[in-house]
Design a protein around this ligand. Sequence first.
Ligand SMILES: NC(=O)c1ccc[n+]([C@@H]2O[C@H](COP(=O)([O-])OP(=O)(O)OC[C@H]3O[C@@H](n4cnc5c(N)ncnc54)[C@H](O)[C@@H]3O)[C@@H](O)[C@H]2O)c1
Length: 385
Amino acid sequence: MNQQIPRRTLRVGVVGCGMISRNHLEAFAALDAVQVVGVCDVDPGRARATAAAWGVGNAVGSVSALLDLELDIISVCTPHPTHEAVVLEAAGAGVHVLCEKPIAIDLASAERMVAACDAAGVKLGVLFQRRFWPAAQRVRATIDDGTLGTPVIGHASVLLHRDPDYYAKDAWRGTWDTDGGGVLMTQAIHYIDLLQWYMGDIAEVYGTINTFKHGGHIEVEDSASAVLKFASGGIATLSASTAATPSLGVQIRITGTTGATAELSEFPEGTDGRVTIMATGETVRATPAHPEDTEANVDLSSINARLIPHHTSQIRDFVQALARGTDPAVTGRDANNALRILLAVYESARTGVPVRFAPFPPGVPEAPGNVVARAAAPAANHPRS
Ligand SMILES: NC(=O)c1ccc[n+]([C@@H]2O[C@H](COP(=O)([O-])OP(=O)(O)OC[C@H]3O[C@@H](n4cnc5c(N)ncnc54)[C@H](O)[C@@H]3O)[C@@H](O)[C@H]2O)c1
């Protein structure tokens, strides 16, 4: 153990020194009582450059070498299909885990990760930092304080712009095996998580996918639409695409049994959400419209840079949860539930019928032709399998 580090300082290792690792390194640098003591990447040059840029003492090439640094927390910032191996190794070493989204690209893998952390008695937090936006929390408050009543109608419009370069720059992007999916797996999962945070447990999913703009260079979907039914009886629609030019950003609307609606708008992508809460017949709170000259098609590094405050809030929550001995605000199980929903869209797209997870809500009649695809989670992501 490094003698210069005070006893109560938590020792952190970061695995994967690519784009999103900056958000984790910035977040840990902003927090008290944590210190990044090592970074790891299979590309030794990236590990060394990151360690040098952030003044981190150790740059290593394997997770086992990172774990040798007697970590308390590991941040997993590698491509999604590699998360499981890192998390299982860290849990086996008794190290708490902060994992980037999506937790995994298949549910069996995600469940093994949760089980391994439970068995080891370590905390597993998964990054859905958009839950920490003040605007997203304001929407949640309108549910908690009764303004909306029970949320019954949800809508998420995720119409984003990605250049072909986005998919070309990293070999793992855009294939079923290495990326696990397209706009649903990588972008829309944040907003699927917000919908489930606002509307509760999922009951049934019907959806379809297509590739309209990026078909020449990716095999996964660039566009998807879905209807989500929740165990509460609430229903929501989701439209998501990376084929929009200009980007329209993200709008989420939640209407409750009181008739009130809370609307969250993220434009340009990555900026703090703006929230409007419309009580029945009147606007009770509104924020200014987006400026007309706003640049819509924001580059990825700018989007990620704008997310740093929210990564910092979630990572602070995780560190505080360790101190309190409580679960973090976003657990591995939350992440599995979001994954379950988007995998069901793929399954429904493949079979052409809804995927059902739970008994139909009481009092809601079974519609004619409402065929049940399967009760369990989808086995494979690949809609053509
Ligand atoms: N929360 C968010 O808003 C957000 C935003 C962007 C990315 N992400 C997630 O973060 C993860 C990484 O994305 P990225 O854009 O930083 O990718 P990236 O390709 O820029 O970086 C990944 C890094 O991991 C390294 N790596 C790969 N396998 C490894 C292994 N087994 N051990 C150690 N290093 C390994 C690569 O060499 C690379 O440097 C993805 O799961 C992505 O979905 C989340």
